[in-house]
Design a protein around this ligand. Structure first.
Ligand SMILES: *Cc1c(COP(=O)(O)O)cnc(C)c1O
Length: 420
């Protein structure tokens, strides 16, 4: 079934509407029933037709309608439409998770003998697709140093079908120059894919910077409430259609109830991201000046290696930062449980602040050596700034830092007693 003909969702949006207006209104409209102002959750697996000719036309994608919810579903469609209008693309399709979006995309675009160029520090799960699964199908995978744009351009120039980027990266928030690298990709006819999960469409629109396809783990900032898994891609119609076809057959479909939760979360997307951008900047500055903190990674800091590129291509620097403490991994283990206002969990992009060690969160799939190879300190803390008051978060980070030396000392003694 073709999805574009089905793309009949009626939206009250104007081309000129800005992001906060889009977050609220985009995609809403077509499926409202009996005056309801909110999108219904359509749990129906299939859709009935009295007119067999019309049914056949719908099945062939020639008329508007739904056939079977593995393919398309009204609630899911509204979610796709909202993301499409925020990312300013031609077409969108969705998936059960972000990893489903990534794997379905890569397995659609690649085949034995084809080549993909990417970077060493993509999301841990993506890295496993590159290092473990694609090689099983004789796909040639080249992973470059994320910050070495020239090296990436050189590899791309040798020829590839896919250039896969992620920016900012997880968890050291490195920045890739999308416009520059997309140009390199297009010179060899590659499809340029960008994982935009960390930036969100509020902070960055890869399609307008030259990318062909943008991917989100909707589980994170888009949904924003850590209560629904989902993935989505946006791009040119023909390209999205190909990936949609792979997904409708392979079945990694977004559940309509999850779609509803994601839709509801997205109405506050612009508000949340604006707050998270502002708070993360304040927190990064606070951490940078603290004597117990050795490194702070945040693209908004002037000291960040690609602060200029971030400033050029992003509307905001995002809600993700990471930092390392004096005392390394041991200090991290002591420090994190002292935080009052943070879930210690493997998630990010939620209304609540979430923190965790990179080795247990983004890079749980990776060995210590693999982490060292991409320059992630063993004790690195990933900190996803929530929508709490920034002053409260800073006070919380500070009180925990203030306790740290004492705690560390006590713990060290305990350990030595236990060991002796
Ligand atoms: C979480 C995440 C993914 C995977 O998304 P899931 O919804 O957990 O499958 C992919 N890319 C990035 C950058 C992520 O943070």
């Amino acid at each position: 079934m073709r999805i574009h003909e089905n793309n009949n969702v009626n939206t009250p949006l104007h081309e000129s509407d800005r992001m906060s207006t889009r977050s609220v209104w985009a995609g809403e409209g077509e499926y409202l029933v009996q005056g309801a102002t909110q999108t219904p959750v359509v749990h129906s697996v299939s859709y009935g037709y009295d007119d067999l000719n019309y049914w056949h036309e719908v099945a062939q994608g020639k008329a508007f309608g739904h056939i079977y919810s593995r393919n398309t579903n009204p609630t899911v469609k509204v979610f796709e439409e909202k993301v499409r209008l925020l990312e300013k693309g031609e077409a969108a399709t969705s998936f059960s998770t972000g990893m489903a979006a990534i794997s379905n995309t890569l397995f659609t675009l690649l085949a034995p003998g084809k080549r993909v160029v990417s970077i060493k520090d993509t999301y841990g799960g993506t890295n496993k697709i590159f290092t473990e699964f694609l090689p099983q199908f004789n796909v040639d995978v080249t992973l470059c140093d994320t910050t070495d744009y020239e090296a990436i351009e050189k590899e791309v120039a040798k020829g590839c079908q896919v250039l896969y980027l992620e920016t900012p990266t997880n968890p050291t928030v490195k920045i890739m120059d999308i416009a520059r690298l997309a140009q390199a990709g297009h010179e060899v006819g590659a499809t340029v894919v960008v994982d935009n999960t960390f930036a969100t469409p509020i902070n960055q629109n890869p399609l307008t910077l030259g990318a062909d396809l943008v991917i989100h783990s909707a589980t994170k900032f888009l949904g924003g409430h850590a209560d629904a898994l989902g993935g989505v891609i946006v791009g040119g119609e023909a390209l999205v259609e190909r990936v949609y076809h792979y997904r409708e057959i392979n079945g990694a479909t977004l559940d309509p109830h999850a779609a509803y939760l994601l839709l509801r979360g997205m109405k506050t997307l612009q508000l949340r991201i604006e707050r998270q951008n502002e708070s993360a900047m304040k927190i990064a500055r606070f951490l940078k000046d603290h004597p117990s903190v050795t490194d702070v990674y945040y693209p908004g800091l002037e000291t960040h290696i690609h602060h200029d590129v971030a400033t050029k291509q992003m509307n905001g620097y995002g809600g993700m930062l990471s930092f390392a403490l004096k005392g390394g991994l041991e200090a991290t283990k002591q420090y994190l449980p002292l935080l009052r206002l943070a879930h210690l969990a493997a998630n990010l992009g939620a209304v609540e602040t979430v923190a965790g060690p990179a080795r247990t969160t983004s890079h749980v799939e990776c060995t210590r050596e693999e982490m060292q190879a991409v320059g992630i300190p063993e004790g690195l803390i990933r900190y996803s700034v929530g929508i709490e008051d920034a002053e409260d978060l800073i006070a919380d980070l500070k009180q925990a830092l203030d306790q740290l030396p004492l705690q560390l000392k006590e713990k060290t003694n305990e350990t030595s007693v236990a060991e002796s």
